[in-house]
Design a protein around this ligand. Structure first.
Ligand SMILES: [Zn+2]
Length: 300
């Protein structure tokens, strides 16, 4: 009996040591991504770009009621006067959404996830107007919907990624990265600088953030006199951003290897931008905050 306990204890300790060793490389990798952040004045310069987009809307592809708030898997659609659409993130199909939701039920005590359909079912004919695609980061809940998108869309749309997002992967971005690589999307280069321009889509700027994943990216979108800042998953709720609250040890060290020092810089930086009168920071999963942000929900 003592021997069995000793062997069992030894196996648990060995398991923990192996897990810790396995987590070192992804932590070192995400900590290597700390590019300079843009000045407010440079972000604001997007507001005077010619032929910029005319509107931005969000699509709620699936949602789940949490003990506090409501978690949604959102897609953002930016539209130009000529009808071109630029899609940021892709949500998930029904099966993936329900599967992912189960994870949230056990981890966060969430209610059952409700899928509202694939992005293609939600966009209908507008799918064919999507000319550019990009991702706030490559976690599967932001990328899997690319598969049904490509089945419907075929060729003709481009994908825009920072080099960090394209090249640096860990155990929970590698699947999403594969979805993008194997997709119908044609890779296109970005402009240089801290605010990377997107050829063919004036008025959008991409900023490499890191923090949450090596490839986490901010999208700044200028509509009329307002700058929408899509911040992905740097925080899981707007309240956490505003109160400068991190995600905790379990999340940031074990579940998702994050650069917590970088997130500690990004939260107040984004919080300060959100406090500017002409800017609104959007947190990808915070449905209730998005609904009251003034951004319109997409409807056909
Ligand atoms: Zn996410």
């Amino acid at each position: 009996m003592r021997l069995i306990l000793k062997i069992l204890g030894g196996a648990i300790v060995l398991g923990l040591i192996l897990a810790a060793i396995a987590l070192v490389p992804p932590h070192l990798q995400v900590r290597s991504v700390e590019p300079a952040l843009p000045e407010v004045v440079d972000l604001r310069a997007l507001l005077s770009v010619e032929n910029g987009p005319v509107r931005i809307r969000y699509v709620n592809t699936s949602s789940q009621v949490l003990p506090q708030g409501e978690l949604a898997h959102t897609v953002f659609l930016v539209e130009w006067a000529n009808g071109d659409l630029f899609m940021i993130d892709a949500g998930m199909d029904r099966t993936a959404a329900v599967e992912f939701g189960k994870l949230m039920e056990s981890a966060l005590g969430a209610e059952e996830a409700v899928s509202h359909g694939t992005i293609v079912e939600l966009l209908g004919e507008d799918t064919m107007r999507v000319m550019g695609v990009a991702y706030t980061h490559l976690h599967i809940d932001h990328t899997q919907g690319t598969e049904p998108f490509c089945v419907a869309r075929g060729s003709g749309a481009s994908v825009f990624q920072t080099s960090w997002q394209r090249d640096l992967h860990n155990f929970n971005t590698v699947e999403g990265a594969g979805v993008v690589t194997d997709s119908c999307l044609e890779p296109e280069k970005l402009g240089e600088g801290t605010i990377m321009t997107v050829e063919g889509f004036p008025g959008i700027g991409m900023v490499a953030l890191g923090g949450h994943t090596p490839g986490s990216t901010l999208f700044a979108v200028a509509i009329d006199d307002h700058l929408w800042l899509l911040s992905g998953d740097i925080s899981n709720s707007k309240a956490d951003l505003q109160s400068d609250t991190g995600k905790g040890f379990l999340y940031s060290y074990l579940l998702v290897p994050e650069n917590t020092a970088r997130n500690d810089i990004l939260r107040p930086w984004l919080g300060a931008l959100d406090a500017e009168e002409d800017m609104t920071v959007i947190v990808s999963h915070d449905l209730r905050d998005i609904a009251k942000s003034g951004m319109a929900e997409y409807s056909r």
